[in-house]
Design a protein. Structure first.
Length: 287
């Protein structure tokens, strides 16, 4: 009996690995539906909610002028079905302008944002910012002119969700397990406030100009890619109730192996958990 069960376990494990490798994942690719730049200044009255570019990093226009910029972005992931399992998330941006003699090998980070923020009608032709309009996010305001951040420069997690290393002009992709974790939370019902982008500000001229969602070249706009698997309720073989039929459920079936009247794992209802039930489980496999 032990020998047969061991052989069965090996067979199921092999099938599980094969089915997991061939499970079909879905992909969502979306451009940011809202973005802005938080321009550090004495008044906090600068923004660029409708501008063609975002800015992140430290500027150095003149002596003692070392203000910081932080881009802020939001992507709509509401089309991902509730109960889906988020597998991988990346965010691509395009750097379109770099200061002369800039430092390179710069760490850029995406941090999950806390709180709703705005995108108004301001539009900056460059990295200096434009006068804030009603509804804009600024260095001091979530929504100008009445709703403030708790902390100047925006409220966000201390730990980055994703990172990339930036040099000169060109495309860059943010990666990190935290991006998938954030999107998973949003799909599961948490409020999506997007991300705030920060950069290394330990040197002068780390600022980079980045194509915004309003950029005239559609291919350069910030783009989020989400790879996910759909889950569903009440799938035969989903013994642990996570919306998926996978190796975890195989393990539970093997624990119940043998005579087991009324067991959840007895999929064909004959009072015995055996090979027939494994076959029914594999029919509903999601990976």
């Amino acid at each position: 009996m032990f020998k047969n069960r061991s052989m069965l376990s090996l067979l199921v494990a092999t099938l599980s690995c094969h089915l997991a490798a061939t499970a079909i994942a879905d992909e969502l690719v979306v451009v940011a539906d809202r973005d802005n730049t938080l321009f550090q200044s004495d008044s906090g009255g600068l923004s660029s909610g409708s501008g063609q570019h975002l800015y992140t990093g430290r500027v150095n226009f003149a002596e003692n002028d070392n203000w910081e910029r932080r881009a802020i972005l939001h992507f709509d992931v509401s089309s991902i079905p509730e109960g889906s399992n988020i597998l991988e998330v990346t965010m691509r941006m395009q750097v379109t302008r770099t200061p002369p003699q800039p430092p390179t090998n710069l760490l850029f980070e995406l941090h999950a944002c806390f709180g709703e923020w705005g995108e108004g009608g301001s539009s900056s032709g460059g990295g200096a910012g434009a006068p804030s309009q009603v509804g804009d996010a600024t260095w001091y305001h979530k929504i100008y002119p009445k709703t403030n951040w708790s902390n100047p420069g925006g409220d966000f997690t201390a730990t980055p969700s994703g990172t990339t290393i930036v040099h000169g002009n060109g495309p860059y992709v943010f990666v990190g397990d935290g991006l998938a974790s954030d999107v998973q939370g949003w799909v599961d019902g948490e409020t999506n406030f997007g991300w705030i982008m920060t950069a290394d500000v330990s040197e002068f001229r780390t600022v980079r100009q980045i194509a915004s969602r309003e950029n005239g070249n559609v291919s350069l706009r910030p783009t989020l890619t989400v790879v996910y698997e759909e889950g569903s309720d009440d799938i035969p073989g989903d013994f642990n109730g996570d919306g998926l039929v996978n190796g975890a459920d195989v393990g539970l079936l093997l624990v119940a192996w043998g005579p087991c009247p009324g067991c959840l794992e007895d999929l064909d209802g004959n009072g015995i958990v055996n090979g027939a039930d494994i076959g029914l489980l594999l029919v509903n496999w999601t990976g």
